[in-house]
Structure formats: C-alpha cells, structure tokens
Design a binder for this molecule. Sequence first.
Ligand code: AMP
Ligand code: GLY
Length: 427
Amino acid sequence: MNVLILGSGGREHALAWKIKQSKQLEQLYVAPGNAGTAELAENLSLSPHDFDAVAEQVKDLNINLLLVGPEDPLVNGIVDYFKQKKGFEDLMVIGPAKEPAMLEGSKEFAKNFMAQFKVPTAAYQSFQKHRIEEGYKFLESLKPPYVLKADGLAAGKGVLIIKDLEEAKLALRSMLVEEQFGSASQNVVIEEFLDGIEMSVFVLTDGESYKILPEAKDYKRIGEADTGLNTGGMGAVSPVPFADQSLLDKIEQKIVKPSVAGIKERGFDYKGFLFIGLMIVEHEPYVIEYNVRMGDPETEVVMPRVKSDLLSHLIAAANGRLDSEKLEIDKEAATTVMLVSGGYPEAYEKGKVIKGLDEVADATIFHAGTKNEGEEVITNGGRVLAVTARGENYKAALEKSYRNVNRILFDQKYFRKDIGFDLMDAE
Ligand code: AMP
Ligand code: GLY
C-alpha cells in the first residue's frame, strides 16, 4: 500500500509517524511535508491546493490511499475531484466530499445540521447585511457576553466574544457591512455564550459506522492562563482528566451518534475524520464546532495513544467496512507542548537554526514548521515543534514534555509553561 499525506504541519508528521508503523505500508509520501516528515517519508514538493499536480503524483507514484490533512482542499472539493476523474476509481481518499466539508466551511451549515439532527449546541440565528437591524435586536435579547461568528473559513480568527452590547453591535456592523473577514463574514452567526470547559472528540467514520479516537483538550491562547490572542494551538493533553466514563457515554449518545446518523441520512460521502469541539456545561456536552479533519496539536497526543493499526482503519473506512475494525487505545496519557517563534501569532521571523534535537530522550518531536537547510534544521513557521511525551498520567507526561522542551534551542523560542494548568481541580 502506497500512501500520500497532504499537509506540512505537526498533524501530518504525527499521522505519518503512526502510518509508518503499519505492516501494510510500502511507500509513504508527504506533500509538502517538513524536516520531520522527511525523516520517515519522502517529501514531495507539491501544493495540496493544486489538485492536478496531486493527481499527477498519485498516478506516477502509484498511490493507493490519499490522506488529506488540512481542511482547505476538502472544502474546495478535492474528494469530488478524484471521484469524478477518469482513471482514479480505485484511489482511496480520506476526507469528506465538498458538501459535508461545509460542516467546517460554513458555521450556518453546521448549525442547521445540528438543529436538524438534534445535536445539542448553543442557541443561534444568522444574519446578512440586509437583516442587520434584526441582528441588533437579537443581540439585545441575549445575555452578555455575545458570540459572533463569521460564517466562512477565517483561519481561526472569525469568532468574536464581546462583553459590551454596543461594542457587539459595532462588531456585527463591521463584519457585515465592512466585511471585516472578507466574504467569510457576509453571513454572521450570533449565538448564546456557553460558560463551561472545552474538550474535543475525534471520530473516524465511513459515513455509516464510526470509531471514537482518544479525546483531547488543547490550549488555544498564546498567553499563560489562557490569555492573549488565539493561535492554532499551544499544547494538548489526552485523555482529558475530567471526562469520566459517564461524560464520554453522553458524548457518544447525544453528539457522536446523531452526528454520524445525520451524515448517513443526508447521504453525504464522508470517509474520514470528524473533529467535534465541545463545551461541557454542568456535565452536559454542547457542540461548539465541527472540523472535517484532525486537530493540530491534538493529533500529536491522539496518535501516540492509538495502539491498533491506523492504516488498516483508514483502508476500512475508505471501503465502507469500518464496522469490522477493532480500535485499540492505550491507557497511558500523552501531552504535547508547542514551541513557537517569538511574535507568533502575529509577525515572527523564520530561518532560525534549531539545536538540541539529538538530545531529546523519552519524547517524540513532531515537526510543525521546520525545513532542512544543508545539514541543519531551521524554523519555517509560527508553530515550530510539538514536544510529545507519554506517562502514567498527564502530570508525568507533561514533566517529560517540559524536560525535553528545555533541551531544544532556537532564537526567540517561546512556549506556554502552563499546559494542563486548569486540570488540577478537575481531577
Ligand atoms: P470556533 O471557531 O467556533 O471553535 O470558536 C473559537 C473559540 O471561541 C472556541 O474554541 C471557544 O473557546 C469560543 N466559543 C465559540 N463559541 C462559543 C460559545 N457559544 N460560547 C462560548 N465560547 C464559544
Ligand atoms: N487545535 C485546533 C484545531 O486544529 O482546529
């Protein structure tokens, strides 16, 4: 089996690392990949957005399974492209078709889906420019803080949470009238604020049956104690200590089952991952968002806990026989701490030489934004390396992650020192 993974982050490195362990694997390629994926696969210099170029490589390299890491190619229809293309009938593609990819690509589509299939979520309404006055009235009917979401993909920046009513109205105006997030905010979803604690679950589905992967919690803000700007994610832990069996059962019954049943009922072509972002309010789960891919850095703690053969599960999902697979999960905890470039998520410099990778012990480094330059590995993105470790519980794992964080050096390295800080009381 020859596999091509599209993407270049820590998520793709972790997926490649896991797939590399499969006995069914022959050749592994990552496009475009990074310095980490280059150690275990062949990187292809290829953009995941250029479907024709991807198709050419799929043919030339005899690829059997294409795993799409990020959401953009999915939202832009890469699955439909290969379904319709002559000569690619046997290619297995992991990811949803264009329509179900709107579960991530459009907040309104996702909210309507949740309403149709009675998946618990925050109360909401959506507004366009011509209904701005009604939008103001809806805001007046809600209690603060106010949650405003640009409908389309806005690189994780399209959600505003505002305490003051007048400010919320101004923000609605700037989203709808001034198109603050471009076309992504031509439509705005306003929703009720849910006051709780976040966690995520990850599902692999063939469109009918599903497997629930280990759950995780990530840390999105740049600053300690969850302050400052939102980032792609600064660290993650799995399992989530406060997610006891009764909560996990509720999540399966109230969220996962109706979501997958909805995918089936709508006739969606969905053979891939569904990432469900949840808010837990008084032990009850509500969906904050769907993503149609794995999370980053969540994948860097989820994959180390999957004991069974991921590639076998992916092949089964692609062929509609996931039901016959047995997913095995390791009880041990995994944690990851993200090392980022100083300045991120705003402007930052690239090209800093990374030292100390050889000194890492008892941890796995997943590369997020790196590349090789001559003999050296240099920084090539805001998020640079995910330092993953395992342990008997999250505290033991975190201790190892942080021990190794200190072994890796590059100019202007920054990381959060408090990953897991909010879990102490939750045990
Ligand atoms: P999203 O892009 O929908 O995941 O939203 C980004 C972040 O905004 C989430 O991770 C939550 O922290 C927060 N958020 C989104 N919707 C709500 C809500 N209804 N209530 C409280 N916080 C929310
Ligand atoms: N870590 C959040 C995401 O991947 O969207």
